[in-house]
Design a protein around this ligand. Structure first.
Ligand SMILES: [Zn+2]
Length: 174
């Protein structure tokens, strides 16, 4: 009901607020989950015989796009724009919202790093794949996942929940 900033705004009224721009139009309605590249990568990974679980929260506030429980590998498909891919990320902040964009992108980067750290502490290996890598070749991106799985160490006592995956997953170890 209350739009953003209708109540109790006195204390924050001096902060810059977003201004609608044409440049921002394409950002509306973006999907956070099950994006096209995410689905394409999952399909290719599945094609390699690897089994995964989708959108499982495996550590506090950490929900990778998919995880391979057997290898304790967490995979994120990072959107080029929001996560700042070197090729397609926002290079310059311009316009009336420049400072807000800068802050937002910094917040995103910090969140990614924090999630990586949380997952690593919880014993997961984290693999981040750029959206554009998947768009170029989902099959090649899937091989990255396979390699990361091969490199990932499997803890001695894995959760019982992964027994099904362990039974079904194709053996990666030659
Ligand atoms: Zn990119």
């Amino acid at each position: 009901m209350d739009g953003p900033g209708t109540a109790g705004d006195e204390s924050v009224s001096k902060r810059p607020t977003w201004v609608a721009t044409d440049a921002g139009n394409h950002l509306r309605g973006r999907k956070a989950q099950n994006t096209k590249p995410e689905v394409a990568l999952r399909k290719a990974v599945h094609g390699l015989g690897l089994r995964f679980r989708v959108h499982q929260t495996v550590a506090p506030r950490c929900t990778p796009d998919f995880v391979l429980p057997r290898w304790r590998l967490a995979v994120f498909v990072d959107g080029c724009f929001w996560h700042g891919c070197p090729e397609h990320g926002m290079k310059q902040y311009r316009g009336p919202n420049a400072e807000l964009w800068r802050q937002k992108m910094e917040t995103n980067r910090n969140r990614d790093r924090r999630n990586d750290a949380t997952l690593t502490e919880a014993g997961w290996t984290v693999l981040r794949v750029w959206e554009c890598q998947v768009r170029r070749s989902a099959d090649e991106a899937a091989v990255l996942v396979q390699c990361a799985a091969q490199d990932a160490k499997r803890p001695p006592a894995d959760k019982a929940s992964s027994s099904l995956d362990a039974a079904r997953a194709t053996d990666l170890r030659a």
